[in-house]
Design a binder for this molecule. Sequence first.
Ligand SMILES: NC(=O)c1ccc[n+]([C@@H]2O[C@H](COP(=O)([O-])OP(=O)(O)OC[C@H]3O[C@@H](n4cnc5c(N)ncnc54)[C@H](O)[C@@H]3O)[C@@H](O)[C@H]2O)c1
Length: 375
Amino acid sequence: MGDLRVGVIGTGMMGCEHIRNLRALPGAVLAAAADPHPASRRAAADAAGDPVELFDDHRRMIEAVDLDGVVVATPNHTHRAVLEPIWDTGLHVMLEKPLATTIADGLALRDRAAAHPAIVWMGLEYRYMPAIARLLDLVRSGAAGRVRMVSIREHRFPFLVKVGDWNRFNRNIGGTLVEKCCHFFDLMDLAAGERPSRVMASGAQDVNHLDEDHDGEVPDLLDNAFVIVEYPGGTRGLLDLCMFAEGSRWEQEISVVGDRGKVEAHLPNFMELARGRAPEIVVGDRGPDWPVREERVADDPRIGHHGGHHGASYLELAAWRDAIAGGSPPAVTADDGFRALATGIAAHRSIDEGRPVTIAEVLDGVPPVAPVPGS
Ligand SMILES: NC(=O)c1ccc[n+]([C@@H]2O[C@H](COP(=O)([O-])OP(=O)(O)OC[C@H]3O[C@@H](n4cnc5c(N)ncnc54)[C@H](O)[C@@H]3O)[C@@H](O)[C@H]2O)c1
């Protein structure tokens, strides 16, 4: 097989990140890109470096250009419509998270993905951050023992400005706990080794975007929350989200505690990373003298471009390329995206209605999906 010929659909912030990754990735080339917004097409041309065919409509791109796969990096609420013409092709897909913004769209996409003759890979790239991959490996190898508690704190900066301000309204993002936190619900499931059963949450919009005016509308985005996620086997997850916490040394702090010990990952924010602070892993044991071992996570030599996500986007694209070349199934499926979406939607419903919400009621008769890989 020659180089994987990739078309990027949506060339805003994340699409351009994929373009820069593709430039650095052996065995893959950027063949074309599509975006209706002229400034985003110019950004794609800059990111590509070499001349690249640009389209204002991705349907014309997939007709005109010989492609093997597409990366979809358009706003969350457009994913279903943007993918519609792709289902008539044999193109491989890398779909940015979240899968969708509603259960109905998520279910439709999950089913189309399952029937698609090529790979549909869900862009839940936090799994590929070296420190998080190391934490998950340690948990799988039994360092924590039988996992009982998974706690994920994200204390970060507010949502960035996006093209047309699409990310200022829940109707476009699916809610903060879907948009951003699908990554964390996916990681919780992986650490717990199963899918959740019930969610309890409390959250609000207290600080961010309250002084903005978008054609007479003020953004309605939750900016802080605690979310408790329960698993059928008794494991408990906790998400502690704050989006007005720029002054945090660690942007993500993940701890997994079991009956044997505790495994933690600490990931610096991008400013701290630029100042030279490396991610850390801490493994504590309940054995005699309670030994604690610390590791600084070294740079992964496979990463050809680090970008804004610790090299995770690069490693994820490399895994997609390898699965396509090897004919293997996607490691991160639309099912995974669907379940992370369902947890986020349950959390928002719990906040809105002030009560615990079961995943079953959110899914409302949706047939069960595959178990968590590796569980
Ligand atoms: N993996 C991550 O951690 C991560 C980080 C940021 C964004 N994302 C995801 O990437 C996607 C894009 O986000 P972004 O930050 O790049 O937003 P953005 O606003 O910077 O870019 C979105 C681009 O999509 C274009 N677009 C809209 N409709 C289109 C269509 N029908 N066809 C082609 N292009 C279209 C817009 O013109 C814009 O240029 C979202 O789903 C977002 O959730 C993922």
